[in-house]
Design a protein around this ligand. Structure first.
Ligand code: GLU
Ligand code: MG
Length: 449
């Protein structure tokens, strides 16, 4: 059972959102949830049904949580063909997209209006309330890496790629200008857009926000990027590995913590200014990573991205500005006005962003509650550094560790653990034989919006 579920808005507030839709000439409201495979699924209603979408919700089968990337349903004992749920749109998080469309994140409820234990956004909402009650606040900001392809899924640029190139920006200058405008009008705080290292790869960095909103921002960002790319006849891959042999897409998460409003990652007496609680939070995250990797990088393609030398954070260690560590500390310097943060680098875009943020928050709380001790930082390339643990390099081991983790059950609940395992085990068993080239091609656009 989920504590602190999404409330029904008071009538006056609800009326306020309904009039925003009218004033902006919104014709259609799309409400989405993200399933255990990391795919966003949606219900769409005429704008006049927005209040109903929030209060009573729209029907959805319980199996919505266990759809797989190939659209197979990974039935479990709990999730079968009988029963129905309601998807309630959170109008307090409504965003107007223009061209007659608006979007809102949704959560799963029963037909009697009770929250559903397997709802990722509901679980994050609950953990956020628990953290706030303990005087802990967390801000999170995601980096969205993606690869642009032509309409056939091939490389769109007729020349050798320029990593971080000026030319690579101007190859798609109109698209980037439109993104800037659309991000702003959808209320998505974007800090920068740049060409990344991999061929056809770009990155959008989103400003820090409170946990629930930060996870919403990931979905909204992908949605906006997808809409703009379509106008240009291009496609967007958010696959962890769009092309075999190419660079992977990360979904790095920056996190900062404050206790009763005071930053915990700077101003202390520990290494690089970490406070005692900040170190414990970091230690909790680090200790839980191997068991909870299935949440961050659990797909059939994740392990092929999570390799040394690709800056994907394949090692369970931390270090100041260490780009090969799963946890990179970014200190509070003059060049970093947002203050110190921890960057989770091992996470990729196949992760459900609500579960990912919830897990980070839960691990940090766990570390603080048990005053976890932070191991020494790794100050060089972890490859070859003594005693540094490489995160699991295959999906089977990642899922085994998750399946036998009591910590995962405590943080996320049995329902979520069971559903996530069912979906990822399906990938593991079904795609054991095809080559990496075949799998990358098949799922290149599985996580696109
Ligand atoms: N593309 C890399 C990854 O898969 C990250 C590169 C970077 O550090 O931005 O995580
Ligand atoms: Mg990057």
């Amino acid at each position: 059972m989920i504590a602190n579920p999404m409330p029904v808005l008071p009538a006056a507030e609800l009326a306020g959102f309904v009039s925003v839709l009218a004033e902006t000439e919104t014709r259609v409201l799309v409400g989405s949830v993200v399933d255990m495979a990391g795919v966003a699924r949606a219900k769409t209603v005429p704008a006049g049904r927005a209040a109903a979408f929030h209060v009573a919700g729209m029907g959805a089968s319980p199996t919505w949580n266990v759809f797989c990337i190939d659209n197979t349903i990974a039935f479990t004992d709990r999730l079968g063909v009988v029963g129905d749920l309601r998807l309630r749109a959170d109008l307090a998080a409504l965003r107007v997209l223009g061209d007659g469309y608006a979007w809102a994140p949704a959560e799963f409820f029963t037909q009697d209006g009770d929250p559903v234990a397997g709802c990722a956004r509901g679980r994050l909402r609950e953990l956020q309330a628990r953290a706030e009650a303990a005087g802990l606040s967390m801000l999170a900001g995601s980096e969205l890496e993606f690869v642009l392809t032509d309409a056939d899924g091939g490389a769109p640029f007729g020349r050798q790629w320029q990593a971080y190139g000026l030319g690579a920006v101007f190859d798609v200058e109109e698209l980037i200008a439109e993104l800037a405008v659309e991000f702003a009008s959808a209320g998505l705080p974007v800090e920068q857009v740049h060409a990344e290292y991999g061929s056809g790869q770009y990155e959008v960095s989103i400003a820090p926000a409170e946990p629930l909103q930060a996870a919403d921002h990931v979905v909204l960002g992908r949605l906006v990027i997808g809409r703009v790319a379509r106008r240009h006849g291009l496609k967007v891959s958010f696959s962890p590995l769009p092309f075999a042999g190419g660079a992977g897409n990360g979904a790095h998460l920056h996190l900062s913590f404050a206790g009763d409003g005071v930053p915990l990652l700077s101003g202390g007496t520990g290494p690089h200014g970490l406070t005692e609680r900040g170190q414990a939070a970091l230690a909790g995250i680090l200790a839980g990573l191997p068991e909870l990797l299935a949440v961050f990088a659990g797909s059939v393609l994740s392990a092929s991205r999570l390799r040394p030398g690709l800056w994907s954070g394949a090692f369970a260690c931390w270090g100041l500005e260490n780009r090969e560590a799963a946890l990179r500390l970014v200190a509070a310097t003059g060049g970093n006005p947002s203050g110190a943060s921890i960057e989770l680098k091992c996470i990729d875009p196949s992760a459900n962003p609500y579960l990912a943020v919830a897990t980070m928050l839960g691990l940090a709380l766990d570390g603080m509650e048990r005053s976890a001790v932070l191991p020494a930082e790794i100050t060089s390339n972890p490859l070859g550094a003594e005693g540094t643990l490489r995160l699991a390099d295959n999906q089977a081991d990642v899922l085994d560790a998750f399946g036998s983790s009591a910590l995962a059950r405590r943080l996320l609940g049995e329902e979520i653990v069971e559903a996530l395992l069912a979906v990822r085990r399906h990938e593991q068993h079904t795609y054991a034989d095809p080559t990496l080239g075949e799998i990358t091609e098949r799922f290149r656009f599985a996580w696109s919006c």
